[in-house]
Design a protein around this ligand. Structure first.
Ligand code: SF4
Ligand code: SF4
Length: 181
């Protein structure tokens, strides 16, 4: 059963903070190959994403600040009918990364109800969020921990991942013990 209640997710994320941090360190250092962990995360992401309707959530657009590159700025400025310079002044702060920007306001000013006014030209980081389809999950797992209290997809994938890794490790331990007998 997936958890989709946003208040409950935030509460559980707080309760499980230490457990989740410890699990993050564990998968960086365990015997399971990075590619194998990626394959599990990608499968779980596909499963959980198919069960959660982002159009009924939009919590990332309310709670997080999207990052934009120059190309995003040009595209969105055009969609707003203003120049990139006007767009930057009106909506953006500079990010710590060079040539990257953050949407200044929370919730995002382009959120209308639970839908993005510029969905078809939305920033690449919005289209890719929550990034679980990407490779090298263990290297990028800190980002998953940041997003976990806000995003039901990340929260549920992380919970399922903890279960799967524990089961996999138990199976491998049992197999090793049988080999020794
Ligand atoms: S640009 Fe659209 S998708 Fe991105 S945070 Fe704003 S409303 Fe959400
Ligand atoms: S990506 Fe996560 S936080 Fe954003 S709308 Fe979908 S489920 Fe909600």
């Amino acid at each position: 059963m997936l958890e989709t209640n946003l208040d409950r997710i935030r509460e559980l994320a707080e309760q499980k903070k230490d457990e989740n941090r410890a699990f993050r360190l564990h998968i960086k250092d365990c015997d399971i190959e990075e590619e194998e962990i990626d394959a599990i995360v990608h499968r779980l992401d596909a499963y959980v994403s198919s069960k959660i309707d982002c159009r009924q959530c939009a919590n990332c657009c309310r709670e997080l600040q999207a990052t934009l590159g120059r190309e995003d700025v040009v595209r969105l400025a055009q969609a707003e009918g203003i120049t990139p310079e006007q767009f930057e002044r009106r909506y953006l702060d500079k990010s710590d990364e060079p040539d990257r920007f953050l949407i200044r306001q929370k919730p995002c000013p382009f959120l209308e109800g639970k839908l993005c006014r510029h969905y078809h030209v939305r920033p690449e980081s919005c289209a890719e969020f929550p990034f679980l389809h990407k490779p090298d999950f263990t290297t990028r797992s800190m980002m998953a921990l940041w997003n976990l209290p806000y995003c039901p997809i990340v929260y549920n994938v992380y919970e399922l991942l903890k279960q799967e890794i524990a089961e996999l490790e138990m199976l491998r331990r049992d197999a090793k013990e049988e080999d020794l007998e």
